[in-house]
Structure formats: structure tokens, C-alpha cells
Design a protein around this ligand. Structure first.
Ligand code: ADP
Ligand code: ADP
Length: 234
């Protein structure tokens, strides 16, 4: 069974009298261990799709399944529980808490899970080590470079060891070299740990990491390119 399945999903935004269909009948299955890149121009519905895949929002019509569970009708507290167990988020703007140190930012998702403070701290230390920021534990986000902030965001997204990593324009604010480093790191998580990676972007360069590329335009899937068969996914 697919890890995530969308059947005839519509998302309609209501602005007073006006309705706008941001997603128009999306059908998509995502299997465990995929590295999916969703590509499309600005305004094509990528963020809207990302919000549905990440259980941040529910569809206006159609069904979203996660692990064969229909999540379309769940309320916010139920969605939050599923997000906490299943999904690590990486955003373009990092979404770090500016008043908390690097270490405290990574600890944040663990506060709701790990009862033992010492275990949580050890986990945070380990995560900061694997993203190469052991020496920046006490720094505030403002005292880090862009690439370092993104690495803190990655460490935080991995804190609860989610099977799915969702990234919205993860390299959008980074220079090419730093962006490549972040992508190589995500690729490693995919290769070594079998994480399911979903990246939403307008950056064509990211396609080289993908097992499949979903091209989206005006709220519809234009085509899906499968890159696994010909071994050219690297
Ligand atoms: P992308 O991420 O590809 O730039 P979005 O999913 O953010 O696209 O937006 C898709 C379309 O839906 C855009 O035309 C946008 O203006 C519209 N849209 C997005 N969010 C809202 C909202 N909350 N209310 C009304 N329209 C929205
Ligand atoms: P990059 O070239 O990767 O963007 P920067 O030039 O922003 O990196 O930063 C280089 C180094 O200086 C980094 O190790 C960063 O941690 C450190 N640094 C940057 N800004 C500050 C700051 N305001 N306070 C302390 N250290 C900083």
C-alpha cells in the first residue's frame, strides 16, 4: 500500500464571494522510500499540495490517506498528533524560534514526547553532531549563517525520527554550494535510512535527486516522470 494516497483532491479557497480552486482533482500515490520532487511555477498550487501532504490542511473535496488512514475529515488536534508521529518539516524560511538556542530549537519537538530530559538532550546532541553543528549549540539563530540555520531546521525535523520528511523550497534562501550540501544530506537520509523525502520546489536542479518528479501547473498534475527505471536518478 502507498504511504500517502490522494484521490480526486480539490482545494478551494474562499475569499468572501469569490472561490478559487488551487488544486483541481489531484490523484497521487507516494510509496515508502521515495524521493519525490514536486515541481511547478509560482502559484501552481505547490504549497497547497504540501499542506495537504503534511496534514497541515484537509481537502475541500476528495480523500487523503496516510498509512491507509483517511485523514480528510480529521480535526486539528488529530492532525497534529499524526504530524508529530509521521512528518518532519523543513521550510524555506527555517521557522526557527529566534529567542531559543540551536540546542533548544532542536529539543522543542521532543518536549512533547520524551519524558526524560537527559535522553532528549542526548538525542539533540547527536542530531546536531550529524548535521555538523556540535560547536553551535548555544548560538541563537541570528548568530548562524543561512546554511547553518537550515541544518538546525533539519536536525529539528529529524528529532522525532519521522518516516516522512517534507521540504518546501529547502534551498530557496541558500547559495548554490550550501544548497547542494543540504540536498546531499537529504539524499543520504533517503539512501541510508530509507526515509521518504518529498520536496516542493521551482528549482529544476533538484530533479537529479528524485525517484519521481511530479510536474504541477494551474492546480493540476501535468505529468509524472519516473526516474527509477533507467537508473538515472543520480
Ligand atoms: P505555489 O506554492 O505553487 O506558489 P500556492 O499553493 O501557494 O502555489 O497557491 C496556489 C494558488 O492558490 C495561488 O493562485 C494562490 O494565490 C492561491 N491561494 C493560496 N493560498 C490561498 C488562500 N489562503 N486564500 C486564497 N487563495 C490562496
Ligand atoms: P556562510 O559563508 O556559510 O554564509 P557566514 O559568513 O554567515 O557563513 O558565517 C561564517 C561563520 O561565522 C559561521 O561559522 C557563523 O556561525 C559565524 N557567524 C556568523 N554570524 C555570526 C554572529 N552574528 N555571531 C556569531 N557568529 C556568527
Amino acid at each position: 500500500d502507498p504511504l500517502i494516497k490522494l484521490t480526486d483532491v480539490w482545494k478551494i479557497y474562499q475569499m468572501g464571494e469569490i472561490e478559487f480552486a488551487a488544486l483541481k482533482g489531484i490523484n497521487l500515490e507516494i510509496c515508502e522510500g521515495e524521493f519525490l520532487v514536486v515541481l511547478g511555477p509560482s502559484g501552481s498550487g505547490k504549497s497547497t499540495l504540501m499542506n495537504l501532504l503534511g496534514c497541515l490542511d484537509t481537502p475541500s473535496e476528495g480523500t487523503v490517506y496516510l498509512n491507509s488512514e483517511d485523514i480528510s475529515g480529521l480535526d486539528e488536534s488529530e492532525l497534529a498528533r499524526i504530524r508529530g508521529q509521521m512528518i518532519g518539516f523543513i521550510f524555506q524560511s527555517f521557522n526557527l524560534i529566534p529567542t531559543l538556542s540551536t540546542e533548544e530549537n532542536v529539543l522543542l519537538p521532543l518536549e512533547f514526547q520524551e519524558e526524560d530530559r537527559e535522553i532528549a538532550r542526548k538525542k539533540a546532541s547527536y542530531l546536531l553532531e550529524i548535521v555538523g553543528l556540535s560547536d553551535k549549540k548555544k548560538n541563537l539563530p541570528s548568530q548562524l549563517s543561512g546554511g547553518q540555520r537550515q541544518r538546525v531546521a533539519i536536525a529539528r525535523s529529524l528529532a522525532v525520527n519521522p518516516p516522512i520528511i517534507l521540504a518546501d523550497e529547502p534551498t530557496g534562501n541558500l547559495d548554490t554550494k550550501t544548497g547542494d550540501y543540504i540536498l546531499e544530506f537529504l539524499d543520504g537520509l533517503h539512501e541510508r535510512e530509507g526515509k521518504t523525502i518529498i520536496i516542493v520546489t521551482h528549482d529544476l536542479d533538484l530533479v537529479k535527486y528524485a525517484t519521481r518528479v511530479v510536474y504541477i501547473r494551474d492546480g493540476e498534475i501535468e505529468k509524472i516522470e519516473d526516474r527509477r527505471k533507467n537508473g538515472s536518478s543520480k
